[in-house]
Design a protein around this ligand. Structure first.
Ligand SMILES: [Zn+2]
Length: 314
């Protein structure tokens, strides 16, 4: 304990407990009263005498915590910042590791408001309306409420919601999160994902993995129905050389436009390099919007989240 380093901010000289995360030489000198005020688990921990084998550091009790250092730091930062923290300000984006750390720590130490705040942040990224879902794309825009979120992080989210049995409202994020999972490469679906600085591998629970694989079979079979609709090109009579939708799906080199898992993505960008005239593009996209809405409304059923209540606006 002699080589224990002090956290630069979360080390208070008048603190009366030093928390030492697992595998860390980094300590946090904080206050039992503050921790106990927020968490019954901490309150109980401090009521019983601390184990005799816990080291005293400069006359202050040190307690080992079986949590990664970054999760302990997330927890303490929010507890000491109160509602001033960025998690509570929807206009400020936060890091994914912060959201995950707070869900885990909030759940373990029974600090309900932390879990709730983290879940509402996730609800912004996994929305109930197709319009909001489309606006977020693959989370690459600057406006994403979780700044470094990627599609594969959806595996982590599903894992947490399922294994921690998070409250029912958390299941509202599952259909959109599972849709993202259904678009991931096989290796990620089978082997799971790791987060930086954490040896744990997050995997989809087997029943969710099956749902994702079934969903993607279904999406692939479905293809883009609007591209298979037969309608006559209004420009053709004027001599335009337009690939009709039928010809488009029949042309092998262009089949990937019509047949892919991502049935919810807007079609227009995928028609840019095809020889479909503007009038046909507009007509196809209009049909596709109806098709996407129908699929979106079925996401709860497809992924087995019966309580899901999609928002109707596209
Ligand atoms: Zn046309």
């Amino acid at each position: 304990m002699n080589n224990l380093s002090r956290h630069e901010k979360l080390w208070f000289e008048d603190g009366n407990i030093i928390l030492i995360p697992e595998g860390s030489t980094h300590g946090f000198k904080v206050h039992r009263g503050i921790l106990g005020y927020h968490s019954e688990v901490f309150r109980d921990m401090f009521l019983s005498p601390l184990p005799a084998n816990e080291a005293d550091i400069e006359g202050c009790k040190g307690v080992k915590m079986y949590d990664p250092p970054q999760d302990v730091e997330c927890l303490l930062s929010v507890l000491y910042n109160g509602n001033q923290g960025s998690l509570y300000d929807a206009s400020v984006s936060v890091k994914f590791a912060t959201v995950v750390g707070l869900i885990k720590m909030g759940h373990k130490y029974q600090i309900e408001h932390l879990v709730k705040a983290a879940i509402s942040r996730l609800e912004m990224c996994y929305p109930r309306s197709l319009h909001a879902f489309e606006a977020l794309g693959n989370f690459t825009g600057i406006d994403c409420p979780i700044s470094d979120l990627t599609s594969q992080d959806s595996v982590v989210i599903v894992h947490l919601v399922r294994t921690l049995h998070l409250e029912v409202s958390a299941s509202a994020i599952l259909p959109a999160a599972l849709y993202h999972c259904s678009q991931l490469p096989n290796t990620i679906l089978a082997l799971g994902v790791r987060m930086a600085g954490n040896p744990f591998t997050y995997c989809l629970p087997p029943e969710d993995l099956i749902k994702c694989l079934d969903a993607r079979d279904k999406f692939l079979r479905l293809g883009i129905l609007s591209l298979k609709t037969d309608f006559s090109c209004p420009s053709r009579s004027k001599g335009a050389n337009c690939f009709s939708p039928n010809e488009l799906t029949a042309d092998d080199s262009r089949r990937n436009v019509a047949f892919q898992y991502d049935v919810l993505a807007p079609l227009q960008p995928r028609l840019v390099d095809t020889r479909v005239c503007r009038a046909c593009v507009l007509q196809i996209c209009k049909l596709h919007d109806e098709e996407r809405k129908a699929i979106w409304n079925q996401l709860g059923k497809i992924f087995g989240v019966n309580s899901w209540n999609p928002s109707s606006c596209l």
